[in-house]
Write a protein that binds this ligand. Structure first.
Ligand code: UDP
Length: 422
């Protein structure tokens, strides 16, 4: 199959851990590589955010990344990219020429707009099916972030429109299916394919990093408030009260975007909190860490804590599990599926430092159960979350959409959106 992936802000080639560079980048890179290994021709279209980027990068046999000119060739926060989606659609169309793909798979709602518009503008004789993965939903984000949500207001109606207009929607967990249905998207065109974990990289063969204290707790992710790193810091004094004082909390991830941790407001907020709670000597902030250094870091941890307010999926717990490390996970979104309570880690209620401290105390007190949970996590990651398996599920979705044949003619049902600059 000839497959076009559209990932407007999240390039599979970007460094990870910055504000807008995380799971989606990993997902698009790994899924595209696995599909290419299955013999498909995959092209990933992403926005050019640096003038020095080449037009096309051949990443592997059957896999290339195309940098499309759409808006200024500079880093722009993803929530400010909407005005450039029309240009992105035109760039994709131009690159297709008369070699249109069998399917176009969009990642994130804005990419969905570009993909739908590109399919409409392509002039292809047969309609190009559009498959959509949202990665995150505006309705959920707004519910949790309220006024702090920086999404453009038009997301409220454009995102459901993308879901209703796309030919197929791939959700990453059952919780997301529920949310999609609430947006008016028909269940009959939704399938589930979770995110995966790179089992060639994790657990890896490198030595575990040496830990500076008796116990190491690890947090990995973009440094944004909704990831709840502050909740883990708040758990540290409680953990000390429970008798676990010789503990390091290692925080991996940083703002990226050429900011140092000293300049990053979220890093500074967390630093101030460690001082306020008198735990600054227990907390190490490592900043952004390249991918290949991650396995050694995961393997050095006694437990990984994922304490987000909400989480559409969450690849970090899978990486921890693949490395044999138990996970303390807020019981939200995709984490409820990936982390099996009492088996591969412990669930805690969201936004609850006391529960995090209790769960960590349990794990730190019981090395045998840490080992058991680690092994169970490894088995689960290997048996259910390989990218090859997820690529096969994704391919199945593409084939169903192609087999169903599109009832509409090319371009039909994909009318331009009123009131947008598309
Ligand atoms: N990550 C990384 N280096 C960092 C921070 C994060 O490689 O400094 C990776 C992490 O290992 C994971 C991804 O970024 O693969 C984060 O994905 P997740 O789905 O957990 O969170 P999201 O960013 O999608 O909210």
């Amino acid at each position: 199959m000839k497959i076009s992936m559209v990932s407007e802000h999240a390039s599979p080639l970007a460094a990870l851990g910055g504000v807008d560079a995380g799971g989606q980048n990993v997902h698009v890179a790994a899924l595209s590589s696995s599909l290419a290994r299955r013999g498909h021709q995959v092209t990933v279209y992403t926005r050019r955010d640096d003038p020095s980027l080449p037009a096309t990068v051949q990443v592997a046999p059957g896999l290339s990344v195309v940098h499309v000119d759409a808006g200024p060739a500079a880093r722009i926060p993803k929530d400010e990219l909407l005005p450039f989606m029309g240009e992105l659609a035109d760039g994709i169309c131009a690159h297709w020429g008369n070699q249109t793909p069998d399917v176009v798979h969009a990642h994130f709602w804005m990419s969905g707009l570009a993909a739908i518009q590109a399919a409409r503008r392509s002039g292809a004789a047969t309609a190009i099916p559009v498959v959509q993965t949202f990665h995150a939903l505006g309705a959920v984000k707004k519910r949790h972030q309220g006024a702090a949500d920086t999404s453009p207001p038009a997301r409220d109606w454009l995102e459901p429109w993308v879901g209703r207009t796309a030919d197929w929607v791939i959700a990453t967990c059952p919780d997301e299916v529920f949310e999609l249905k609430a947006l008016g998207i028909s269940r009959s065109k939704i399938s589930i394919a979770p995110c995966g974990v790179d089992l060639t990289l994790f657990p890896g063969t490198e030595q575990a990093e040496t830990k500076p204290r008796a116990h190491r707790i690890l947090s990995v992710g973009r440094l944004v408030p909704r990831k709840g790193v502050d909740l883990i810091i708040q758990a540290l004094p409680l953990l000390a009260e429970a008798g676990f004082d010789d503990v390091e909390l290692l925080i991996v991830g940083g703002s990226g975007d050429a900011l140092t941790l000293e300049e990053d407001p979220e890093a500074q907020r967390l630093r101030a909190l460690t001082k306020e709670l008198g735990v600054e000597d227990k907390v190490t902030m490592r900043g952004q860490v390249p991918r290949d250094a991650m396995p050694g870091i995961f393997r050095s941890a006694d437990a990984v804590v994922c304490a987000p307010w909400y989480e559409p999926f969450g690849i970090v717990p899978l990486e921890a599990m693949a490395c044999g490390v138990p996970v303390v996970a807020a019981a939200v979104g995709g984490l409820r599926e990936t982390v099996v309570d009492q088996k591969t880690g412990l669930h805690v209620p969201p936004r609850n430092p006391e529960a995090i401290a209790d769960a960590l105390a349990k794990l730190l007190a019981d090395p045998a159960s840490r080992v058991d949970m680690g092994k169970a996590g490894m088995r689960r990651a290997r048996s259910r979350y390989s990218w090859d398996r997820i690529a096969a599920d994704t391919e199945k979705a593409y084939r169903s959409v192609l087999a169903a044949g599109l009832s509409r003619q090319a371009g039909e049902g994909l009318e331009p959106l009123e009131g947008t600059a598309l």
